[in-house]
Unconditional design. Structure first.
Length: 200
């Protein structure tokens, strides 16, 4: 199961951390999901469809799954994500040295399992970051990152409450085997989830 798109990870002054997966190309069509970890550790998935919500919840860990209307508007570096009770706006900056390095790798190489495993070693220098590992229900997952931009500003409102200024993703999120980088970032990524065939 291959998802091509973008992942945005950011923290807020309220302690809420957000991970947005925007997938123009996925097994479920163009879809978006938002993973929310509150300051008290509660993990909530906001999914665009029941099918997507079920798949993501079987791959990651959540305390609650909510199926809500989701929309994404992108105008250059400015993104607006609306997902049920959440409205999130953020702006990205240019590529830093790491982003330029990732962008220079040919996509066909970046998606190979050997390469993904190789870059997992330096990726671990970023606290909590992993490029491959074990997911839920015996699944394996890998992230082929092909670009990276820092998020420079963000505002968000969740359930009518202002989330406060942009902050680091600290502590790391606990949805799966790895977190996003500590610094707020938007990455271009191909995510591959290996799903065991169901026995008849």
């Amino acid at each position: 199961m291959r998802f091509n798109g973008w992942i945005a990870g950011l923290g807020t002054a309220s302690g809420t951390r957000l991970v947005v997966g925007h997938w123009p190309d996925s097994p479920f069509g163009p879809v978006t999901d938002v993973m929310v970890e509150h300051a008290d550790g509660r993990r909530v998935l906001l999914a665009e469809t029941e099918e997507l919500g079920r798949f993501v919840a079987e791959t990651y860990s959540f305390d609650r799954v909510r199926v809500v209307p989701v929309s994404v508007d992108r105008s250059g570096p400015a993104w607006t994500v609306t997902a049920g009770p959440l409205t999130l706006r953020f702006i990205t900056g240019g590529r830093g040295p790491l982003g330029r390095l990732l962008h220079a790798v040919p996509p066909v190489l970046a998606r190979r399992l050997l390469w993904v495993r190789l870059i997992d070693v330096p990726a671990r220098l970023l606290r909590g970051v992993r490029t491959h590992g074990s997911a839920g229900n015996g699944r394996r997952e890998r992230y082929a990152v092909q670009d990276l931009h820092r998020i420079t500003t963000a505002t968000g409102v969740l359930d009518g409450v202002d989330l406060g200024r942009l902050a680091a993703v600290d502590p790391p999120v606990r949805f799966g085997f790895g977190s996003t980088p500590r610094f707020p970032a938007l990455v271009r990524v191909t995510t591959t989830v290996e799903v065991r065939a169901r026995r008849r």
